[in-house]
Design a protein around this ligand. Structure first.
Ligand code: NAP
Length: 348
């Protein structure tokens, strides 16, 4: 097939000629081109920033949330939140492998998790069966299409599929921590009690070793106990990430004025750019994984306080990201069990 179908440009309805993520509307007709994969979707894992926005806009009313999601997908042909612009990912069963799809070893009936955002994945929803407010998973009947360039993971046999879905949604974050954190570093995690926060904390502790430390910022007292029980983070700050100066003072105190070598922002709220920048030392790195990050606020804010930090956009993909994340759950039984309860149980 052509280089255009590889990236899904042929499915863009409006505006023509641009890539599917930036497009407003996609053609989600569930009959595939030769280099596509057709998936019978089971569960959508809506990105946290998007889910949060939809939940608030619908005053936590599940029926209204269903209507809102159905309306977004029927209009745009993809689950891209019009406010946050973010998506999420999905799991489902392969229905058809195009004759020119790059991996001909995939077979009908295999369970896969897509690792590209729902914000670029053509999707048709027939019915929303249920919405789980706690783990942000939406059970549906529907069909999705993966382009030839789209990455995915076949669900491994040794882990629960809902657990895999929840973890893979944020797998770019711990995998980046693995690349960025060095022995002896101070790593500051903003939003340490969240899904990516916990995975990042575990990976960071492993990378910095006994000579480094991991400081976790949480906004509720009980989250400290929870993280201690899971043996995540070495020190804690109980403060809202919105209170930049208070957080700065506490990081300053805990690091004897040195500040963090690496700050990982994994919250799901706006206006935390300056908290991240202030807490990081000159020449340090800030990794903005949060989808609520504003490029303008980060760029002008850092300049405004004369801070020379490297700021990284949280690319959801880095090589080997799925494996790094699933291995964390294989290595750390406590975290595995906590995630099972929190994200994979039918009751929550
Ligand atoms: P999550 O589980 O909801 O975690 C977010 C954490 O932030 C929660 O612990 C939350 O605490 C905390 N938080 C919220 N407001 C806070 C505040 N004012 N002060 C301190 N902590 C606060 O979310 P997640 O699934 O890990 O996702 C984290 C972020 O990554 C989201 O923005 C998501 O959209 C983004 N994301 C990015 C990519 C990418 O490719 N870059 C991919 C997936 C997700 P409470 O629960 O107490 O509110």
């Amino acid at each position: 097939m052509s280089k255009h179908t590889k990236y899904g440009v042929h499915r863009v309805i409006e505006p023509k000629g641009i890539l599917p993520q930036a497009a407003y509307q996609l053609d989600a007709t569930p009959s595939i081109y030769p280099d596509e994969l057709l998936i019978d979707v089971d569960v959508l894992n809506i990105d946290s920033a998007s889910f949060h926005q939809i939940k608030e806009a619908c005053a936590h009313d599940v029926e209204k949330m269903k209507e809102m999601i159905l309306s977004i997908v029927s209009v745009q042909g993809k689950m891209q939140n019009p406010v946050t612009k973010s998506g999420g990912m999905l799991i489902g069963e392969i229905l058809e492998v195009g004759s020119e799809f790059h991996n001909q070893n995939l077979q009908k009936g295999m369970k896969v998790a897509t690792l590209v955002s729902l914000s670029l994945t053509p999707l048709k929803i027939e019915e929303i069966i249920s919405i789980n407010l706690s783990n942000e998973q939406v059970k549906i009947k529907g069909k999705a299409i993966l382009f030839d360039s789209g990455i995915y993971s076949v669900i491994p046999n040794d882990l629960d599929e809902k657990l895999v879905l929840a973890a893979l949604d944020v797998c770019g974050a711990p995998a980046q921590v693995k690349k960025l954190a060095k022995p002896g570093d101070t790593v500051f995690i903003i939003g340490a009690a969240g899904k990516s926060g916990m995975l990042c904390s575990y990976q960071a502790k492993k990378e910095v070793g006994p000579t480094g430390k991991v400081i976790g910022l949480v906004n509720e007292e009980n989250q400290i106990e929870q993280l201690k029980n899971l043996e995540l983070c070495d020190e804690f700050i109980l403060e809202s990430a919105l209170h930049s100066m208070d957080v700065y003072e506490k990081v300053y105190e805990l690091t004897q004025g040195k500040l963090a070598d690496l700050t990982i922002n994994v919250v799901n709220v706006q206006n935390t750019e300056m908290t991240s920048i202030l807490a990081t030392k000159d020449d340090g790195i800030v990794y903005f994984f949060s989808m609520a990050t504003s490029f303008t606020k980060a760029a002008l804010g850092a300049e405004g306080i004369g801070k020379d930090v490297t700021m990284m956009i949280g690319n959801g993909y880095t090589k080997g990201h799925a494996l790094v994340t699933l291995d964390i759950l294989r290595e750390n039984r406590k975290l595995h069990d906590y995630f099972m309860k929190r994200y994979a149980s039918e009751e929550n």
